[in-house]
Design a protein around this ligand. Structure first.
Ligand SMILES: [Zn+2]
Length: 212
């Protein structure tokens, strides 16, 4: 019997916009359809002034280890640009919660909440233990955690295969955080991470190009 273990996991990115004060205009000057790119979503404001964002994990011990691996991997790849640190109080900039739910189609979801000046105030990530009634492997939960953390840093979906920020993923994939995701995080938060400005501003670009 051939066991069909190859199933689709769908990510849903929902942006709950509380305040949006910035209206960004973008004029597309070149044909970008053939470019490998990652969309840019949004920008952290003064919270990344000190280069730190706090996180909190709400999950069973076995899942906490997997989610922590994803956080450690981002920290390693960001190499100090922004550092995720465990929150020491009840609130956190990024909250990651794993539900024991397996019945849905969605493996992970990020909700981005904006502050009064239009910058990211906090992010809530919900992960599910399974989809379509089956438990997800630890491998895919780690990939989903890394994917959703990408959203938490302000980046959207990519348009190419074998990419961490692709909208859909398969159970047996092996995907890493690459220079492409790191550059997109820098582009999304360029006021601080590229230009080291004293005040936050959003990027006018809608996407970050990975490969032309
Ligand atoms: Zn996504």
């Amino acid at each position: 019997m051939i066991e069909f273990t190859f199933f689709l996991i769908i990510f849903l990115l929902s942006f709950s916009i509380i305040y949006v004060t910035n209206l960004w205009l973008y004029i597309e000057a070149v044909d970008i359809n053939n470019f490998e790119k990652i969309n840019l979503c949004c920008t952290w404001g003064e919270k990344i002034e000190d280069g730190l964002l706090t996180y909190k994990i709400l999950a069973s011990d076995k899942h906490k280890i997997i989610i922590q691996n994803a956080i450690d991997d981002w920290n390693q790849n960001l190499n100090g640009l922004i550092r995720l640190e465990p929150s020491v109080n009840s609130s956190a900039d990024i909250e990651i919660k794993l539900n024991e739910n397996k019945s849905g189609k969605i493996a992970g979801q990020s909700t981005i909440n904006y502050g009064p000046t239009g910058f990211i105030d906090n992010v809530k990530i919900i992960l599910n233990e399974g989809t379509f009634g089956k438990s997800l492997s630890f491998n895919i939960i780690e990939i989903i955690s890394k994917h959703e953390l990408g959203h938490a840093f302000g980046i959207g979906h990519s348009n190419f295969e074998n990419s961490l920020m692709r909208l859909t993923h398969y159970n047996n994939e092996s995907l890493e955080i690459t220079e492409c995701e790191i550059n997109a995080v820098i582009d999304a938060n360029m006021w601080k991470l590229k230009n080291n400005s004293n005040f936050p501003y959003g990027t006018v670009e809608k996407f970050s190009i990975c490969k032309q």
